[in-house]
Design a protein around this ligand. Sequence first.
Ligand code: IVH
Length: 707
Amino acid sequence: MQGAEGRLSEAEARRQHARLSDEIRAANIAYHAEDAPEISDAAYDGLREELRQLEAAWPKLAEAGSALEEVGAIASSSFAKVTHAQPMLSLDNAFSDEDVTEFVARVRRFLSLGEDEDVTILAEPKIDGLAVSLRYQNGELVQGATRGDGRVGENITANLKTVSDIPQRLQGAPETLEVRGEVYMVRADFLALNARQAEAGEKQFANPRNSAAGSLRQLDVSITSSRPLRFFAYGWGEMTELPRETQSGVMTWLRDLGFKTTDSRLGDAGAALEFYHEVERQRADMAYDIDGVVYKLDRLDWQQRLGSVGRSPRWAIAHKFAAERAVTRLNAIDIQVGRTGKLTPVARLEPVTVGGVVVTNATLHNEDEIERLDVRVGDWVELQRAGDVIPQILAQVSDPDEHAALPKFEPHETCPVCDSLAVREPGEVDRRCTGGLTCPAQRVERLKHFVQRRAVDIDGLGEQSIRLFFERSWLEGPADIFRLKDRAEEIAALEGWGEQSTANLMTSVETSRTVPLSRVLFGLGIRHIGEITARDLARAYPDWPTFSSLLQRLVDLRESFEPAVGEAEEKAKKRLNEALAAEISVSGIGPEVAAALVDFWAEGHNRSAVGELMDLMDVQTEAFKTIASSVSGKTIVFTGKLEAVSRDEAKAQAERLGAKVAGSVSSRTDILVAGPGAGSKLKKAESLGIETMDEAGWLRIVAQGQG
Ligand code: IVH
């Protein structure tokens, strides 16, 4: 750390401030908006601490708001962690009326609704605050938590108890009741708070949401209690007894229990859209900030059937308002090299405030995007920022003559880090460094990815340490992490390390030796294998021997694959990848993922790196919470026409009951569910002596599983 701030000139301090703020904001976006954290918790905490010290020495720098106070701040280690009894989901977004119509059509398809069946929707404003969960036991508020990553949040019970909209005791509540909603600040209160802060020489908040978030996450509860925080309930988590059969019914019941709820509208899709447009017109006059309208299916039995995909329910969607825009100067286009070698151009901007947040970077995605926008360094550009989404450049808006005089952006022929050739394959939009594991940027990015909390979670091994160890060749690949203990003395001798931090690192490495398969799979950083896909795979192939034999089968399948006579290359490739996906037979896992897995496993150096890792680690068999049922662990194939449920719903039902769904019948199939019109699959199943049943039989199993 920089230490005695007095040594810095103001210009240096400003530069450092900008750099740290950028890094923190980028980490927030990666973590919250993209669900793809890029730095470890420790590195993140380190950055925050550095920024805190800098702002303490140079208060002026924080006058326009500080990245430390912005939402999306990642759970700091100061609050105790709380695992949510039921995950706190987030919402998919719709940006147009058409997206909403498509949402309703999707719901109808999933539920196989007839044309005469009405879909009733509850529409309510999307409040721009901070999600919290309030747990009541026998009517008493016993715990309050932030959303965190949806599974684990922070325990902020004491802080939430100071919010006057939050009842501490309820009359007539079920034994366990988790109320979920948004903590927010009214605009007028926010302005008054900022005025008070200014008078007292304290820092200013950028907007009501940041101000609510900053006020709530205070270790000193007396600060929280002095802030004008409010609460709207919009849903619930665990609840021992459901008091009503509809979303709107439960919301009314919550209001009767003493919770504040927003205005809402109950009706068909047309009424929901009308509500959206009304709210959009009134938005500026409302007392608090909202960033869209949320639509929820009213019938709770339908919500239950629809369930969720990834982190979002299928039964709700957020219809966002148009993003805010601003114009600023493009100062530079830098190239970032990602974990998989992808070169991403990043726009460095003259700082500008958009929607209450200072923006200094924007992604330019790829060179086609730069060409399409025809942006050049020195241009004036218009950008927009919607919610937590990374700011986006919409267009260059320079004077045409000035624009014409600027040099065009030239794609990089080589990797800016390792100088290897950077190539763009035909049909791909991205340019990639071909250095692979010889490229330091890729290796460091992969290590960062591997150690992050949601992967193997090595506390105390942040970006800086990774770079430091990497430069000394102590850490070249993930397996080396588990050999760091051989370097303990050398590490302890490094500046800023010492015995204690080295011992701490060794302990966390030791702890992380034991992790479930899905997190290692995610940590390997294979293309297209995100956290959710890794979990889906591990659910079906729960231990390493089973998973690695799948990988080997895939590689064999690809090697023995032969294109049909006269078949075009593209077509053959597509057919191959589809066959690979069918071999994996996990719903939601398609040809792209299958191809990425084979590409990875076909590389000898990947196999040996993973082999080493498996020798050094104690990878745990995945234990997933599914409902125990007569079909748990079985492989089911659906064929023919299903009438009461759609194919997607049947698959979701099977997965909820712990079964695996396959696309084709083989000796590994346990049950075939055959509707009318079933043909060759039914014949094959019969010839293999596989249990078969009709849709009614299947629905009886589902009903038992839920009972
Ligand atoms: S429902 C399972 N309703 O928006 C559904 N969320 O983008 C969970 N939010 O994390 C959310 N107003 O913090 C819901 N009326 C509303 C909301 C709302 C604001 C926030 C909430 C959530 C985020 C998702």
